[in-house]
Structure formats: C-alpha cells, structure tokens
Design a protein around this ligand. Structure first.
Ligand code: 4AD
Ligand code: MG
Length: 453
C-alpha cells in the first residue's frame, strides 16, 4: 500500500485527496438536516471491540476522534467480517462505510461498514481495559497517548495554547522566542540545570524573561512561549522539571496593567475551552460549573493581607516565607475565581523586582492562585528600571555582574517601567482538565525520576 518514489504523483492536492475524518462527518450530520452521510473511506486504529453474534461494534479512532463502527455480517464480505472480528486492538485499519446519526451510539453517530481492511495487524497491545498503575502507564506513555482521556487532554492543551496566542495577537503582541541555552540564572541559582556548552558551562533556561525585556524595548509588547527547566529536587504534583511557560512582557506597563492583562488572558482561555472543548471536558469528567464562574475582576490581596487570612485559618504559615501548596489551597477555598496576591517581601523574590516606593521591603509583584486547589498559575510583576538599583541587586544576590552587563544595558538606553509575567502551561491545563497531577498535562512529562520515554 505504501507509495514508491517511482510511482506517478497522485492527482490533486493533499486537501482534495485526504480521507474524510470522524470530526468532519460529525460536522456534516446534524438533526433536522442530514441524518445520513455519503459513503466514504476512513483510516485509523481499532481502539475497542464488542460483538453480539452477527454484529460487531468497533470503537474506531482516526485521530480526529472516536466513533462507533458497526460491522454487520450481512453487510460485508465474509473475509472483511472475520478481519473485523479477529484483528488485534490498535491495528491500523481502513473502514469503508457511511455515517448515520444514531442517538444510541456514543457521540450520537455511527458508521455502518460495507468493507473493513487491516492495514497493519498490531502485536498484542500492552495497555488493556483493566486498571493499570501510574508507573506502568508512564512507562508506556508513547502508547498511552492514544487513549480517549489522553486524546482529550492533548486537545485541551492545544486549545489553551491557541487561545493564548489568539488573545495576545488581538492585543498586538509580537511572539519572539528566547534561548534555551543561557549563560546565567533568571529565577535563582538553586534550581539551575547545568549543562556543557562545548568547553563552557551553560544552564538551561528557567524563564525567558530577561530576553523578553530586551525584545519589549524593541517591539513594545512581546511574549515567548516555550519549554523552561527547573532542577526542582522536590517531588510534588505541581512541579515538573521541564515545563512550558507563556511569558508576556510589556514596555511602559506597571503592576496594575499587567494584572489586568493576566486576568483577561485567563478569562479568554477559560471561555475558549468551555466553548470549543465541552466534549473533552465531559470525557475527563471535569465539571464545567467552576470554570463558568471564572470572570474578571479577580479578588486582589497583598501578601500581608494573605498572611492575615492564613493566620486566622491556622495553616501554620510563617509570615515572611513563600506560600506552600496548603496555604494556596486555604487562600482560595472560599473563592470561585482565582486570587491575585501582590506585594510579596523582596527577600523571597527574584533580584529584578521593582520595590514598592512606599515600602521598599515589598515588591510590585503578582501571583495568581487558581481555585479548586490548583495553586499558583501565574507569577510576575514590575521590573526594576533604574540602572544603579538593578546593579546593586545583582551584587546582593551574588550574581556574576559581567554576565548581566547586557541586561543592565537595557537600563542604559531609554529605560522605562515595564512589567510581565509567566503562566505555567501544564498548571493551567491541569486546572482546566481537573487533573490532580501535572504529569498528564504534557505529552512526555519530565519529573524527578523520569526521563523516558
Ligand atoms: O513564578 P515563576 O518562577 O516566574 C518566573 O519564572 C518569571 N520569570 C516569569 C516572568 O515574569 N516572565 O514561574 C511562573 C509560572 C508559575 O506561576 C507556575 O505556573 C509555573 O510557571 N511553574 C511551574 N510549572 C510546573 N513545574 C514547575 N517546576 C514550575 N515552576 C514554575
Ligand atoms: Mg512563582
């Protein structure tokens, strides 16, 4: 079946030649209009099978979705029926048939087969309908991705990323990505991932922010979106070693501006997920109710006010420290929308944060904590724009001054207040999807003990 290089070029464009998909059949059929589609050929994989004598009910996956295929003994050649009855799960198959609206079928549509062919008969598939443990499934992540739930998660992640880009483009942002190999730290030296860069020491990027600041001084509003790396030695449900971050950065913006931007961005993505991924939320058994209540403005408190709330709740929080997972959950447990916490102590935040003019031991920063226990999804704030102060901070934090000369240059040539934030993609996807652990929010998770597959 594979084309040979010497075969004549196929007629028409790929768009004309490609086969119908389950998703396109769903779009064509609708109650009140078409209840029956034209016959066609679909290619995909056999995801499941149930038989009742002369009828086979196949769970067929073609990449665009899952559909029930009915193979009736009376409607196909004997060989086709035997193939459909015996071919192993996850075999690549070709189905010829027509789609019908069928309220009793999962998804409301079924494909009635007139022919069934096996393109590749699979080996016995290791993932069976029985319950598997998390570590078995993660060892088979490359196959696990085919399951219905993982399929839904991949599509929700795609929706989230697309909606972020869409929102930022509407606000005239320019996407410019930042390097992964870096000569210095951005978010403190304790989680730096060291690597060799030929005969030199280099680090994997913890955040694109510093480079983003340079780009913002060129195009005004920019964002980067890519993988970032933290050598987090703690094993938690909320930390990955490699995670993706969306980081907008805006010239002339101050803290309140960037809080508004974060709120708008989050609300836009939530509404897109609700609008376009309702079926996936249902597969994941994610109650959309709490997501529907996510609306701007989000409640805002300062770090000191948050510390007061925690003292009353008795979580054991020690003022002056960063919030732990329990504190974050306690802070949002009575809320139906995210909480924005500002003005953290300078002592527990990164070197680049602008101090509050009225209270220099506090910085103009924001953390956005998602409700339902999903924790911090956004961290950012206003950046120091004064050269002397920034130089002092670099020294106080024990950072190598010469490595930051280029960054200090930004304060030498037309410096201005500017602000930005980072939003953790996996935390956001986990929140949208109702996942209790980040590892399923990314196709191939990198955690403390896992580098494969
Ligand atoms: O709060 P963080 O560390 O902020 C920064 O890196 C800033 N330089 C961003 C900026 O201002 N441009 O990280 C931002 C977000 C967190 O709120 C969280 O959602 C996510 O990144 N994050 C992680 N997600 C998964 N695993 C980890 N280990 C994460 N560390 C941070
Ligand atoms: Mg943070």
């Amino acid at each position: 079946m594979t084309r040979q290089p010497t075969d004549p070029a196929p007629a028409g464009s790929w768009k004309e030649r490609r086969l119908p998909t389950i998703a396109s059949l769903h779009r064509k059929l609708a109650p009140g209009t078409a209840t029956e589609g034209a016959p066609g050929t679909l290619r995909g994989w056999l995801a499941g099978r149930r038989s009742s004598g002369k009828l086979l009910f196949l769970n067929f996956r073609d990449g665009s979705g899952f559909a029930q295929v009915v193979v009736a003994k009376a409607a196909v050649a004997p060989e086709a029926f035997e193939n459909a009855r015996h071919c192993p799960l996850e075999s690549a198959v070709e189905v010829v048939g027509a789609a019908f609206l069928e309220p009793r079928a999962p998804g409301g549509m079924e494909i009635r087969a007139s022919d069934f062919r096996v393109l590749h008969a699979a080996d016995p598939y290791p993932i069976t309908p029985k319950e598997h443990g998390a570590s078995f499934l993660l060892d088979h992540r490359h196959l696990w991705l085919r399951s219905r739930k993982q399929h839904a998660l991949l599509r929700i992640r795609d929706e989230v990323l697309y909606s972020f880009r869409e929102y930022l483009r509407e606000q005239e942002f320019v996407n410019a990505d930042t390097p992964i190999f870096t000569p210095n730290a951005c978010e403190g030296t304790t989680t730096l991932f060291e690597t060799r860069y030929f005969d030199r020491q280099a680090y994997l990027s913890q955040s694109g922010q510093l480079y983003n600041e340079a780009v913002a001084m060129s195009v005004g509003r920019t964002y980067c979106l890519g993988p970032t790396f933290r050598a987090e030695k703690s094993k938690t449900r909320r930390h990955l070693i490699e995670f993706w971050m969306l980081e907008p950065e805006v010239a002339f913006a101050e803290l309140p501006d960037i809080i508004d931007l974060a709120e708008g961005l989050i609300c836009h993505a939530v509404s897109r997920v609700l609008e376009n991924r309702a079926a996936e939320l249902e597969i994941l058994e994610r109650d959309p109710g709490p997501l529907r209540r996510i609306q701007a403005p989000f409640p805002r408190v300062t770090y000191d006010e948050a510390a007061g709330i925690l003292a009353r709740k008795g979580t054991g929080f020690k003022p002056g420290e960063d919030f732990g997972a329990q504190d974050e959950t306690a802070l949002t447990e009575d809320l139906d929308r995210p909480l924005c916490v500002t003005h953290f102590p300078a002592a527990i935040k990164a070197f680049y944060m602008e101090p509050d003019a009225d209270r220099p031991d506090r910085v103009l920063c924001l953390d956005i904590i998602a409700p339902e226990g999903y924790g911090e999804v956004v961290g950012g704030g206003q950046r120091i724009h004064d050269q002397e102060l920034l130089r002092r901070r670099v020294k106080e934090h024990g950072l190598p001054e010469d490595a930051f000369e280029w960054y200090l240059d930004l304060r030498r040539y037309g410096t201005t207040p500017h602000s930005g934030f980072g939003l953790g993609i996996e935390r956001f996807v986990a929140w949208m999807s109702g996942l209790s652990h980040l590892r399923e929010a990314i196709p191939f998770p990198r955690t403390l003990y896992r580098l494969a597959p």
